[in-house]
Design a protein around this ligand. Structure first.
Ligand code: PNS
Length: 162
């Protein structure tokens, strides 16, 4: 069985992530979407909130499971017997960091390949940070995230700006 891990902060999940997850689910038998710790980012949502949002928005994709791990991605990938780490690439600005991570992960666990999916042109500008900034300033994030998680995001981030 081919297994891929699709790691990220997912703080929160956006349509951009969902596109990558759903495309990966067509290539691999099983896709584990993994809420991981990014030490460079301060999260707005708890790990269990992020897991619950991911579960809500991937309900319809039967070979996708959601998990969380606070250790090294390479160790998790090894333990799961996964052969691929799937990441989305939006712009050249993503590349240097992602390239470094891919090389480090390969060194830590050589049996998995990092595979980059290019974003769709519609999602090129989309990121969790953009969603959070718009929501926190009272903007409309419909079209950036699925309806199921709109209220969770607004309730956390929109502190009264109208
Ligand atoms: O969505 P993000 O924030 O770009 O995802 C980055 C993430 C969480 C995938 C990355 O920071 C990660 O893999 N964290 C787990 C810890 C780890 O293995 N660090 C990398 C060592 S090379």
């Amino acid at each position: 069985m081919s297994i891929a891990v699709c790691p990220g902060s997912f703080d929160p999940v956006t349509f951009g992530h969902i596109d990558i997850i759903s495309r990966a689910s067509k290539i691999f038998d099983k896709v584990i979407v993994l809420v991981s710790i990014n030490p460079n980012k301060e999260a707005s949502f708890t790990v269990s909130e992020r897991v619950n949002m991911l579960k809500a928005v991937t309900e319809g994709i039967e070979n996708v499971v959601i998990d969380a791990y606070d250790g090294l991605l390479a160790d998790y990938t090894r333990k799961q017997g996964a052969s691929a780490i799937v990441k989305g690439l939006r712009a050249v600005s993503d590349f240097e960091y992602e390239f470094q991570m891919a090389l480090a992960n390969k060194k830590l666990y050589s049996n998995a390949e990092t595979i980059f999916f290019t974003t769709t042109s519609e999602n090129m500008y989309l990121s969790s940070s953009v969603v959070k900034q718009i929501a926190s300033l009272g903007g409309d994030i419909t079209g950036f995230v699925p309806d199921e998680i709109l209220e969770t995001i607004k309730n956390r981030l929109n502190k009264g700006v109208q």
